[in-house]
Write a protein of this length. Sequence first.
Length: 617
Amino acid sequence: MFALASGLILLSGWVESGAQELSQPAGAGPAVAPVAAQSLPFGEKLAEEIARFDPTADGWQSETLFEAAQTQLNALAHSIEENTNTNFGAVAISGDTFSPTYRSPALSPEPAALKTIHRDSNITVQSEPDGWVPTGNRNPAEAMSGFLMPLSNTGTVRIKFKIYRISMATDGATATTRVLVNTLGISPDQSHLVEQHAVWELEWDTPKTSSPRIRSIVPESYTVNETTHGGGRLFSDATASAFKDCPTYATALLPGQDDWAARLHNQIGMESEGYQGMAMGDVNGDALDDLYLCQPGGLPNLLFLRNPDGTLRAAPKGNGTDWLERTRSALFVDIDNDRDQDLLVVCNAQVLLLENDGSGTFANRGRLQLPGSPFSCSAVDYDSDGDLDLYICDYGDLWGGFGDLNERFPIPYHDANNGGPNALYRNDGNWRFTDVTEEVGLDQNNRRWSLSCAWEDFDNDGDPDLYVANDFGRNNLYRNDAGPKAGSRVFTDIAAEAGVEDISPGMSVTWGDVNRDGWADLYVSNMFSGAGNRVTFQDQFMPGTDSVTKGHYQRFARGNALFLNNGDGTFLDSSEASGVSVGRWAWASRIADFNNDGLEDIAVANGFFTQEDGSDL
């Protein structure tokens, strides 16, 4: 049970007695701070703010056009999806989507002209040839049917158009939009998939008395991915089969967070955002990786042990890992050098240190207390003394512990430095840790609402350096160098001079040698926002603001970043040239060779709430 000011809340029956609970840190305050009645935005102020939701009332003609044009494209997509395996061209020209004067070149290259950029037993990836210049003079039926032809025999078809840039003519009679086009075709037996990804520039007729119509389409890029017949998919969903003999999966995980949020009070840490992580490692010494799932407050964290056949079973009761505290992330790592996997659990305002006895049973060996809200942790031997030290990313003052209301929000939004202070803890043995953040120079630019970090020897000098991804502004690259005393280390933030500040909503970071030149390259996941890309490029956005600041806001919406290591302490931003910037609302990312072809690939987890309106995801 949880004792709250509003009474008692009984957790649902499957939560086992003995699940571990942490008390709220002294002075941290409740999860949801009370708001004074006089500060609530009722009355005239509320009405004024609500009015701004309507672009016609707020003077944003570009967003008014966006809504009308996106409606037209959504109708076109729906028409195509509802009429698969038919004449796509006839479907495309139904209704009032296209202007009577529409004429455009072919929207994709001829199949024989496509350039193959990857082929293996699973998938073939082709793109427009170098120097591609679209030609022809197609009407709507010809243009759309030619583009959709690769999907014609797949069965189920999905198509999405996403407007992410708008330019309006001075007289208001025409407008130009840039659109992301994504299609997916799936065969009835799901063995054959076709994806198309394109960027189009659309010119619209925009009469004042009727809906806009497409006047022309100029394709800018094109890629088609197709599963090779007989090859199958690269990945298959094995969740149900892995948990087939594990009742906890059905009772605890299948209901979903919405179901639990309706049953548990938000003051115990049940949050809708779902920032919970996971960890994998061999906890019982059987050479099989086990799975630890972090959960929102009020639900116990779950440890699953792997069986030899690949299935999972719930760990025995009393294993010491089923904490009820809201848990952001976790890490399996050998802290005490006894050759088993210990566990770090990142909770509300503290990091738990749990010692493994070698069998998968854990004992609490202390906690690292932080003033803000830690989100992630990493382990590295930064000083080369033979044991692992800990770096904690401390997001911000979500609990009000700093005492200043202004510090509970990132200020300024695009370059905040008022979050929680990150910390480096030196491992002094016997589960003792010393905060050496200031001593080693990691207190520079250190309150930037950090979400994640990754260590890598980017300069090939034999010691690990640190990159930190921050949510509201510029990131950090801390170079690790020898300090003034024997055995000491000092870190210097060189992100600006290295060209990797990446002012954006940083979510995650991963290192890898993507171009195989012997130097570690850097990938940072951010957020690609259609609305942000449209709005920040309009003249009326932030009037009177200097172009540099506007550029920062525009960069905020661009998406993910890939930086290629030049080998001289600097990096080249190759994000758009490499085609890896549009990762949607990206969260976690990982560089790894997923298909064992010797080349580093990138996986990006993205999205947000599942709902009808996915216009900006």
